[in-house]
Design a binder for this molecule. Structure first.
Ligand code: NAD
Ligand code: WQD
Length: 340
């Protein structure tokens, strides 16, 4: 199988390409808006592979048509490419709608013109659930108004894929709703590379411990949780990468067109305070922190009911939270050339 991976040089895409290229031939399409070209060599070094790279802006119809002309023999697509900063999406909603929705439309337009079957995986997010009514969150949880234009693009894209699957008998599709991806490959050669000040908890912690940022601010300790800090479902990025391969295999085995959604999380909630304690225990590094006010839009707790993925995709997470945190720190050390 030849698989097109959009956004394959990004955080989750690069880890998925490493796993994918062990079995399949891989073509990455990325415009490098939030990634570095060096990642391509790192993927190929880790996996001893020859992943092909096409510098394509997926917003550009002509470039996308060229991509499909050149690689008309693809049978799988994993569509990671998107802008993902929640705060930025509130400041620049049009940029997010344009990038995330038009990229998908351009790809699906090309898929429609292919005469062959396509197994299509879309990167969705637990953000589509908004404030959940039930915990853990199942895929049956009603979709409510999104908090941000970013979240809205995920809801819209899921709907577009579902409508397209109903009409295109060659299209078999899955939206994977990721919870909170963290960690890095065991080689520490690839990992999360946030632009500017990290908005997410783990990269902020690793950069703060590395001395690149100031003390961590815990955004609120008055939530309705046992220790007052928010609870999330943190999933190791290599486990997440594996879920994409299992999802592709599941689709390949399906005889008819389908469109399904799956939660990808560990099923276990961990509070910000528990993350801090685990990080300190497993790395031996102290995190300096202070308690600040709540961050707008944060909710008390989210974690996945992952039984559908476990039972249907024959997938299960292998890494513990400690292994994920340790790998995140190893990546940060390697990237900053910190020796201990
Ligand atoms: P990332 O920013 O590291 O990777 C995205 C990649 O897409 C980048 O390499 C970027 O250059 C590329 N890209 C963006 N727009 C493009 C365009 N128009 N044309 C070509 N390439 C383009 O992000 P990530 O963390 O790896 O996330 C991957 C996907 O998973 C995204 O769709 C994101 O919304 C989704 N997701 C991420 C998280 C998370 O916490 N990281 C959680 C849930 C869902
Ligand atoms: C985790 C917890 C913060 C930073 C985001 C997106 C979501 C999805 C995953 C893409 C929260 C707290 C954080 C800090 C802190 N992405 N925190 N101090 O908000 O659960 O989800 O990433 O689809 O859409 O919103 O993840 O890592 O930002 O925060 O106290 O400096 O850490 O308040 O409780 P979040 P996060």
């Amino acid at each position: 199988m030849k698989v097109l991976v959009t956004g394959g040089l990004g955080y989750i895409g690069s880890h998925t390409c490493v796993e994918l290229s062990k079995k399949y031939s891989v073509v990455i399409a990325d415009n490098l808006i939030n990634s570095e070209i060096e990642v391509l060599d790192r993927i190929n070094n880790i996996a001893h592979s020859k992943v092909i790279f096409e510098k394509i802006d997926l917003r550009n119809k002509k470039e996308v048509a060229f991509l499909f002309e050149k690689h008309g023999d693809i049978t799988g697509i994993i569509h990671f490419a998107a802008l993902k900063a929640v705060g930025e999406s509130i400041e620049k909603p049009l940029l997010y709608y344009e990038n995330n929705i038009n990229s998908l439309l351009n790809i699906l337009e090309q898929v429609q013109q292919l005469n062959s079957e396509i197994n299509f995986i879309f990167s969705s997010s637990c953000t589509v659930y908004g404030v959940p009514l039930n915990l853990p969150i199942t895929e049956e949880e009603p979709i409510k108004k999104a908090f941000s234009p970013y979240g809205e693009t995920k809801q819209i894209c899921e709907n577009i894929i579902s409508s397209s699957s109903k009409l295109n008998m060659n299209l078999k599709s899955i939206s994977l709703r990721y919870f909170n991806p963290i960690g890095a490959h065991e080689s520490a050669a690839i990992g999360e590379l946030p632009l500017g000040k990290p908005q997410n908890l783990i990269p902020y912690i690793t950069q703060s411990v590395a001395g690149v940022r100031g003390d961590l601010t815990i955004f609120g300790n008055d939530y309705n949780t046992p220790d007052g800090t928010c609870i999330r479902d943190y999933i190791h990025v290599v486990d997440l990468a594996d879920a994409h391969i299992k999802a592709l295999e599941y689709l390949s085995d399906k005889e008819f067109s389908t469109n399904e959604v799956f939660n990808i999380g560990t099923g276990k909630g961990t509070s910000v305070m528990e993350i801090i304690n685990s990080f300190q225990d497993c790395t031996g590094k102290k995190i300096n922190y202070k308690i600040g006010g709540r961050r707008k839009g944060d909710i008390d707790a989210t974690f996945a009911d992952n039984r559908k993925s476990l039972n249907t995709l024959s997938w299960s997470p292998r890494y513990s939270i400690e292994q994920a945190l340790e790998s995140a720190w190893n990546w940060e050390k390697n990237y900053r050339e910190i020796s201990e």
